[in-house]
Design a protein around this ligand. Structure first.
Ligand SMILES: NC(=O)c1ccc[n+]([C@@H]2O[C@H](COP(=O)([O-])OP(=O)(O)OC[C@H]3O[C@@H](n4cnc5c(N)ncnc54)[C@H](OP(=O)(O)O)[C@@H]3O)[C@@H](O)[C@H]2O)c1
Length: 346
């Protein structure tokens, strides 16, 4: 498995990372451990978690993902072989079970979140600590349009950065990153780091797939020029790009069958585009999911593609995408579908 530089940190992470947000909801602890074993054996060293996981977030399950990773790290004694990432939630009134529904990216919240994550993960340090989404009101999770905020009471970015600096000094965190950020937010963080000597964001974890290439509009340039690469999440659009939901199919146990409210990647335009990508893959003798993953991994601004799976068979197949090089012809055909239906699921 290829290793790539994580920003300017000196750390090197695998071109595929293992997403874990199914652990504790769609996957049991035993299944989670089997996935982690398989991923590590295949050369993955980068594991992505969050205090909020599993998804969908619920009071009954919150923290289970990190707990399962923690029991695995302990039983396999492999902490040194893993680049472990987790996240602190951004401002959130919609998560009553996380710090009373009053989470912010301020000192009290971040310190409490990190200490709880460290306990669940049974480790003394996090390699990459990420801000799950911004504290301020802005566009993420597919929000379109933009309304300027009349009164901005968000936690200043520098205040958040100062807290992160202290966590690094304390040895609890090695590097920091953002998630669900905008070009404005990422550039502000990078400029602040340059001006003040506070920690520099090493990565940006945003959605990126054949169904959502909005990252290319403003963020790809920042990622490349600033050496702050993309950690691409939902590279299969919640599994949609495998083609398994086409023609109204509802595979038993699959995410969109179980959780109907996850409709971000299944509108009619996304379905049309998915059909084109699936047909294209099949015409070239490719597995549609592997083609979709190989395409994300091969973008020049991608540092790692965070793959997700609920079965070992899916994981094995997705791991094989690391060996797949797409031909010029396939890439050109992908572009022509994209031009006909750009970003159907932003
Ligand atoms: N920062 C953020 O806000 C954020 C948001 C989302 C995700 N993430 C991170 O990114 C990771 C990956 O996200 P994601 O799970 O949404 O990725 P995804 O690749 O879009 O979807 C993964 C899901 O698709 C299905 N699947 C995977 N491989 C398949 C295959 N070969 N054939 C058919 N179905 C397949 C599985 O679900 P079923 O078996 O249920 O169909 C699997 O759980 C997460 O675990 C998390 O670490 C971060």
């Amino acid at each position: 498995m290829e290793l790539r530089a994580l920003g300017r940190t000196g750390l090197r992470i695998s071109a595929l990372g293992l997403g874990t947000m199914t652990f504790g909801e769609q996957n049991t602890e035993t299944e989670a451990h089997a996935q982690l074993d398989l991923a590590l054996a295949a050369g993955i060293n980068f594991i992505d978690a969050a205090e909020l996981y599993p998804v969908p977030p619920r009071a009954e399950t919150v923290g289970l993902t990190e707990t399962y990773i923690g029991t695995w790290l302990k039983s396999r004694a492999c902490r040194d072989r893993v680049i472990l990432a987790t996240k602190v939630v951004g401002a959130s009134t919609w998560l009553p079970h996380i710090r009373g529904g009053a989470a912010r990216l301020d000192r009290a919240n971040i310190e409490a979140a990190l200490d709880a994550s460290l306990r669940r993960l049974q480790t003394d340090w996090i390699d990459l600590y990420q801000l799950h989404w911004p504290d301020r009101q802005t566009n993420y999770f597919g929000k379109l349009g933009y309304t300027p905020v009349a009164q901005d009471d968000s936690i200043p970015l520098i205040e958040t950065l100062e807290v992160l600096a202290d966590l690094i000094t304390a040895g609890k965190v090695r590097a920091v990153g953002v998630s669900n950020e905008t070009p404005w937010g990422l550039m502000r963080f990078l400029n602040l780091a340059e001006q003040t000597g506070l920690p520099r964001m090493a990565s940006i974890q945003n959605p990126y797939s054949l169904l959502n290439r909005t990252f290319e509009i403003g963020l790809a340039e920042v990622a490349s020029r600033e050496e702050c690469g993309l950690l691409a999440y939902s590279p299969l659009g919640f599994g949609v790009l495998s083609g398994k939901y086409l023609d109204g199919r509802q595979p038993p146990g699959a995410r969109l069958t179980r959780f109907e409210r996850f409709d971000r990647y299944s509108n009619p335009r996304a379905e049309w585009a998915t059909r084109q990508y699936v047909d294209l893959a099949r015409r070239h003798g490719l597995d549609p999911a592997r083609m979709a993953l190989a395409w994300v991994t091969s973008r020049p601004f991608t540092t790692s593609t965070i793959i997700g799976a609920t079965t070992l068979a899916q994981l094995e197949s997705n791991l094989a995408s690391a060996e797949l090089t797409l031909s010029r012809e396939v890439i050109d055909e992908i572009e022509s579908i994209h031009i006909q239906q750009p970003n159907p699921a932003p």
